[in-house]
Design a protein around this ligand. Sequence first.
Ligand SMILES: Cc1ncc(COP(=O)(O)O)c(C=O)c1O
Length: 414
Amino acid sequence: MSFNPVAIRKDFPIFARTIRDGKRLVYLDSGATAQKPQVVIDAELDFYRLHNAAAHRGAHQLAEEATILFEGAREKVAAFIGAQSDEVVFTKSATESINLIAYAMGNALAGNRFHLAPGDEIVVSQMEHHANLIPWQQLAARTGASLRWFDVTTDGRLDLSQISTLINKKTKVVAITHQSNVLGTINPLDQIVTAAHSVGAVVVLDACQSVPHMKVDVAALDIDFLAFSGHKAVGPTGVGVMWGRAALLVELPPFLTGGSMIADVSMTSATWAPAPAKFEAGVPNMAQAVGLGAAVDYLSQIGMDVIADHEHTLTSDLLGKLLAIDEVALVGPLTMENRGGALSFTVDGIHPHDLGQFLDSQGIAVRTGHHCAWPLTRSLGVPATTRASLYLYNTIEDNDALIDGIHAAMRYFK
Ligand SMILES: Cc1ncc(COP(=O)(O)O)c(C=O)c1O
């Protein structure tokens, strides 16, 4: 069966509505959040309608059903990323997942492999989303460790010439994005993981912009931790995933403490349950996790390779059409090599916010600004950019609508 995005759009109720006085919705903002298919909405709704109870807590049928659904969602997510289910921790978002890892490392005492102290180094890159930068800045500030980073080259790639000096025997953590939410760059993980592991450092992968768009297998990538958000992968808001290697989750101290994450408690101390419970204090986000389970089922039924191929075709088409406009300056790779479907650009003479507003008046949803990657935007020497980000429900017609919109904006603002 060949992939048909027009049929796929019918799975997403939002595409039945119009925008700005009857215009077709051209949604090019999936990098911020993806639209939801009916099966995901139904799964979340059905949880509340039929099964709502506190998972792992009650002695009654509803609690049993809630537990089965919640743990079933964990198994689905684990299979989706090539992990074991007890390595998958549900959080509220990728932001929380990365904070969990960084705060938990900060809780490690001397002797624990995650203990950081002055002289230790954490490596990030200049293309990180704030969610994979600030938690590490803060960890460095709390522990006395130093933060170091890969620069970004003018063609939007990591400057790998720095790898042997940046990743050295002082390095404890390398936290890197798989795919840039601004540039669309897909980073060369092999080299980074090999370099990190050769000095005993762990690799934390921000997979927010990759897990929804391509097959990601944690075992094949040989990484140590991974974070992504459900809402960017056609799942609900309020659920994210933190994956960690089983052996590392044994040693990593907890971040949040409280109910459900303990083995034993006295008035003065407590011991921890094994992972994943150790990292899931409190009644969890069950309905959202169940919705995410439905989302990964939905994506898997289509096939991540099929989705990636479709996005490749769309990205290549849009890249060519943007590059053909003299007034458009694209930031990020200008070729399709290791490039995903986030395309950020400026248009000569039009402020990105004005362009965003103009496109919105045409029914075209894009993102404008620094895209939560302020150091990167600064390094590119632009105040802001306009970003179109593509997903499985986009079509060549959407690309053409954007290109027509840019031409119309150029006429309007001139
Ligand atoms: C690359 C990247 N990392 C992290 C995040 C943070 O995700 P969330 O806001 O869902 O926690 C985003 C969101 O845009 C992102 O694009």
